[in-house]
Design a protein around this ligand. Structure first.
Ligand SMILES: [Zn+2]
Length: 91
């Protein structure tokens, strides 16, 4: 681990290393991986779709485009915040 101090992502408390006072939470988020291209999709004229997609993507950096399909992040939570968060991670 690096030497810069860690802070709780929720309450901002400083998290001293080596005292079992915080949790590391790793989050991986994927865009729907079950999307498949059907025969019908291939037969349709997809030029308009592609033009629209290119237009949407052209405003984005490569990183931003990647972020739309995959995000991975690590957050730190103090013990108190962790106990609340893990019960209601989406609330
Ligand atoms: Zn906290």
């Amino acid at each position: 681990m690096n030497d810069s101090p860690l802070f709780c992502r929720r309450c901002g408390a400083e998290l001293p290393p080596g005292r079992a006072e915080f949790y590391v939470v790793k989050i991986e988020a994927f865009a729907d991986p079950t999307v498949t291209i059907t025969e019908e999709d291939l037969q349709r004229d997809i030029r308009a779709d592609i033009a629209r997609l290119v237009e949407t993507m052209s405003g984005l950096s490569e990183q931003e485009a990647m972020d739309q399909v995959y995000r991975k992040l690590t957050i730190y939570l103090c013990n108190a915040c962790y106990r609340e968060w893990i019960e209601h991670p989406t609330g």
